[in-house]
Design a protein around this ligand. Structure first.
Ligand SMILES: Cc1cc2nc3c(=O)[nH]c(=O)nc-3n(C[C@H](O)[C@H](O)[C@H](O)COP(=O)(O)O)c2cc1C
Length: 200
């Protein structure tokens, strides 16, 4: 191969590499840590909603949802308790522009797949069009599901307070999602939570 072709190949590699990196991170606005409904009202108003409008979820609301689920609130600890503070939970969000891992420390989303998994995991039609679905995973078979339960309850309360709809969903092909995300064998999909604005 002559030097000119090698040069073009190197440039093209660098260009693609830069583009791939440019698409990998979405910085979130700082979570809004005040306001909302009084706790007892939010508990009273929490309920499952499966009928969503096609209105998008703005990044501020997304940031607040993710912080409720799995944010850092005291020291390096989380908004939910975890067994021995091992923090064995991961929270992904799948939406029209791909699937992202929530990095709470840096308050950002890191792209793990360009694939929108909503249709793959649907089994119930509303999941395909509701703006976001959270995917909770963990590597601790005993404790990670409890952590996921705490996280989805926090999100459920946030949604009630904010007037958002949400539904916790276990009706999905977990292995298909694990495969699509190329998860390591020990990391398992526990449960999902679909969120959107209720249809008026
Ligand atoms: C672990 C778990 C799994 C669930 N899976 C589904 C599901 O796959 N699809 C669905 O439509 N609702 C699902 N739900 C929602 C329940 O049906 C709902 O919480 C229940 O009917 C009580 O209604 P409420 O949330 O309004 O109190 C699930 C809830 C939990 C806690």
């Amino acid at each position: 191969m002559n030097k000119k072709i090698l040069g073009v190949l190197a440039l093209s590699f660098m260009f693609n590499h830069t583009l791939a990196h440019a698409a990998e991170v979405q910085q979130l606005p700082a979570s809004k840590l005040s306001g909302g409904q009084p706790l007892m009202e939010a508990i009273l108003n929490r309920k499952t909603i499966r009928d969503f409008s096609d209105q998008a979820i703005d990044n501020q609301t997304l940031s607040d949802i993710l912080w409720s689920a799995w944010g850092i609130s005291h020291g390096n600890k989380r908004t939910i308790p975890t067994s021995q503070n091992k923090q064995n939970l991961k929270v992904y969000v799948t939406k029209a522009d791909g699937t992202w891992l929530y990095n709470a420390a840096d308050n950002r989303l890191e792209q793990v797949s360009t694939q929108d998994l909503r249709a793959l995991m649907a089994k119930q039609d509303f999941v395909k069009t509701a703006p976001i679905t959270l995917i909770f995973t963990g590597t601790d078979a005993k404790n990670s599901p409890m952590h996921a339960g705490s996280a989805y309850q926090n999100v459920g309360l946030y949604c009630a307070s904010k007037g958002l709809g949400n539904v916790v969903r276990g009706y999905l092909d977990r292995e298909a999602v694990e495969k699509a995300l190329n998860l390591p064998a020990e990391e398992k999909v526990i449960i999902t939570q679909t969120i959107g604005w209720p249809k008026k």
